[in-house]
Structures are given as C-alpha cells and as structure tokens.
Design a protein around this ligand. Structure first.
Ligand code: HEM
Ligand code: HEM
Length: 204
C-alpha cells in the first residue's frame, strides 16, 4: 500500500480507516436487507424466512449501536455528527471534480448512514408489531397492542419499505457519482479498510 502513496496529492495519505467488524457489518447488512425486502414483497406466502432475516437485521443494528458508541474512532457516531454549517459547506463543493479524501463518512455520507440506520430501526420495529390479519405472518409483538395499532404498524411497514428502497437507490447513486464524477472509489475502502484521506479536509 505504501508504495502507492507517491501518487497521492500533498497532505493525503492512505490509512486503515474502516475496521473489519464495520466492513463485515455493512456487507452482511446489504445481504440481509436485500433478501428481507425481496422476500417481503415477492417471497412465499409464509414469511418465516422474512422474519428470521429481519431478526438478523435487528442483531446487526444492535451491534452498530454498540460500535457507534464504543467502537474505533471512524465508526463512532460522534465522528460523523456534523452541524448544518459544515454539511451545507460540504454540499456547496460536492460538485467539484476531485476526490473528497474525507477521513470517514463525509457530511453527506453521514446523512445517508444515519438515515439508513434510523429507517431500518423503524422498519424492524413496525415489522415486530405488524399484523396483516392473515393468521400466518403475525409480527411476534402484535398481540401486545390493539388491532388498530397492529394494522397501522403494517401500513407504516409497507410505506417504510418504499422509503428504504428510495434511500438505498440514492445511497448507491451517490457512490456511483463519487466513482464516476469525483473519481473517488468509496467501495474499495469498505472492502479492504484502506482509504486515501486528508487529515484536515477543508470541507471539500
Ligand atoms: C440494502 C442496501 C444497503 C444498505 C442498507 C446500506 C447501508 C449503509 C450504511 C448504514 C452505511 C453507513 C456505514 C456505517 O457507518 O454503519 C453505508 C455506507 C456505505 N455503503 Fe452501503 N448500504 C447498502 C448498499 C450498498 C451497496 C450496494 C454499496 C456498493 C455499491 C454500498 C457501499 C457503501 C459504501 C462505500 C459506504 C461508505 C461510504 C463512505 O465512505 O462514507 N452500500 N451503507
Ligand atoms: C430490514 C427489515 C425489513 C424489511 C426491509 C421488510 C420489508 C417488508 C416488505 C417489503 C413487506 C411487504 C409489504 C407489502 O408488499 O405489503 C413486508 C411485510 C411484512 N413484514 Fe417485513 N421487513 C423487515 C423486517 C421485518 C421484521 C423484523 C418483521 C417481524 C418480525 C417483519 C414482519 C412483516 C410482516 C408481518 C409483514 C406482512 C406480511 C403479510 O402481508 O402477510 N418484517 N416487510
């Protein structure tokens, strides 16, 4: 890795940014969420697998919560919690045709990360309480709430799945934009951990 550093601009170095657990978390999340979504919409009538994969997503989110509070610095929520000024300043320059070299999630990536994690939390919560009244796919906590609430949870679970789809398309679209327009590959760092970063980015 080091022998490639001479190609990098002044002040930019290649560092091990993403730890193995976070990378494993991300790709496991992708697999579980995609299959849960597809099984929910297009799977067999009996959605046992949808439920099991949904529980796997709950486990992954629980891990991410712990990692966001106590994990390595770049994985911590506090590391990618930006105020409106930093975010707007970053957004105003995002069209520049150059890599951001951001040492972690940049302010826009941070919005996607919090948005996706929050929405997934909402999705599993509504799923747990959802009751389609078909006597087969009842959410395991639906009997703890009124019939109306369980029906409402199902409605929100459905709407949530559409918002999730839109957010994932936006997320992947943004990564493609970085790759093609800004010439910055964000995917490889999420696989290998190594990323070229500028330690004090001027909000590029
Ligand atoms: C269901 C699909 C997906 C979900 C739910 C998802 C979710 C997430 C989340 C929550 C993060 C923040 C990571 C963290 O700190 O926890 C993230 C980051 C990231 N995701 Fe995804 N992702 C999905 C699909 C993909 C795909 C298909 C790709 C590859 C093209 C991808 C590439 C990345 C990259 C490169 C980052 C890091 C971006 C950065 O450098 O800030 N994701 N994703
Ligand atoms: C990432 C997490 C999840 C996603 C993306 C997801 C997505 C979906 C989708 C797309 C549907 C079909 C909606 C429709 O077309 O009407 C669905 C239905 C459903 N999901 Fe989930 N879901 C998730 C987690 C869960 C969990 C954890 C549970 C409960 C353990 C759950 C329980 C249900 C129930 C009860 C239905 C209705 C089934 C029916 O209509 O017969 N889901 N989900």
């Amino acid at each position: 890795m080091k022998d490639m550093d001479h190609e990098l601009p002044e002040g930019v170095t290649r560092v091990k940014l993403w730890d193995p657990a976070l990378r494993l978390f991300h790709w496991a999340l992708v697999i579980c969420v995609v299959t849960t979504w597809v099984l929910g919409r297009y799977g067999p009538n009996i959605m046992t697998l949808h439920f099991y994969l949904g529980y796997a997503v709950i486990g992954l989110l629980a891990f991410r919560l712990v990692w966001g509070l106590f994990g390595p610095a770049p994985a911590r929520f506090s590391h990618f919690l930006f105020g409106p000024r930093t975010t707007l300043s970053y957004m105003s320059k995002v069209g520049r045709r150059e890599p951001s070299y951001w040492p972690g999630h940049n302010p826009m990536g941070a919005l996607a990360a919090f948005g996706l994690l929050g929405l997934l939390g909402f999705q599993v919560l509504t799923g747990l309480f959802a009751d389609p009244e078909d006597f087969i796919n009842v959410g395991p906590l639906a009997n703890q709430v009124s019939t109306d609430t369980a029906r409402m949870a199902l409605g929100w679970h459905y709407r949530g799945s559409l918002v999730l789809l839109a957010l994932v398309v936006l997320h992947v679209g943004a990564i493609l934009f970085y790759k093609t327009w800004k010439r910055e590959d964000l995917v490889r760092p999420m696989i290998t951990g190594w990323k070229a970063v500028r330690q004090n980015p001027d909000q590029r």
